[in-house]
Design a protein around this ligand. Structure first.
Ligand code: SF4
Ligand code: SF4
Length: 195
């Protein structure tokens, strides 16, 4: 009996002395991070090939593909972290090697906002592609297209020359055959006259 009373007293003392969850100011505390949280997205425009795989696999449509005025990458992902569930599928599916063009390693993100629509802009992982890089890419693509055109023209000329040579050889062979059979005919005619 005495033991039960002292146990109750200890419980009541604890209830008064230990901080209670309901009275904690959780808004001012840093958000609890899961031990497997890999951070926000890091997107490298230099590595991206614009395959759209990250966008297609995203289960919650958190990715929007931004168009670029070049052929590769033609599009590049931007992520809305307000929708993202940090599953990492976009990183897993990204085909670039050895480094992924999109990966969840960009450090922590504070997910608490003032609650206005303007604040939601902070949740976007945007990609600022420098204008000089775009211009350089355009020049490279033009050079590549020019070389490809030259190569095609060369291949076509070679194929035509080969075809002509084959036709010529064929015509010569037919002519030689004709001459041979004419000679044979003459020889057999001469033999007949001798008899
Ligand atoms: S981590 Fe998951 S939810 Fe977030 S953008 Fe990538 S695929 Fe979508
Ligand atoms: S980030 Fe990766 S998966 Fe997404 S478009 Fe670029 S290359 Fe493709």
């Amino acid at each position: 009996m005495l033991f039960q009373i002292s146990e109750k007293i200890v419980r009541v003392m604890k209830a008064f002395t230990e901080p209670r969850i309901a009275t904690k100011d959780i808004v001012k505390e840093p958000a609890h991070k899961s031990p497997i949280f890999r951070g926000r997205h890091e997107i490298k425009y230099e590595l991206c090939i614009g395959c759209d795989a990250c966008n297609k696999i995203c289960p919650v449509d958190a990715i929007v593909m931004k168009p670029l005025p070049i052929k590769k990458p033609k599009i590049i992902p931007e992520v809305n972290l307000a929708i993202c569930i940090f599953c990492g599928l976009c990183e897993d599916v990204c085909p670039t090697k050895p480094e992924k063009a999109i990966k969840l390693s960009g450090g922590d993100i504070e997910m608490i906002t003032g609650g206005t629509h303007k604040d939601l802009d902070n949740f976007w992982v945007r990609v600022d592609v420098p204008e000089e890089w775009i211009e350089q890419k355009k020049r490279e693509e033009e050079e590549k297209a020019r070389k490809k055109k030259e190569m095609m023209a060369k291949k076509k000329a070679e194929a035509e020359a080969k075809k002509k040579a084959e036709e010529k050889a064929k015509a010569e062979a037919t002519e030689a055959k004709k001459e041979e059979s004419a000679e044979q005919k003459n020889a057999s005619a001469e033999k007949g006259e001798e008899k």
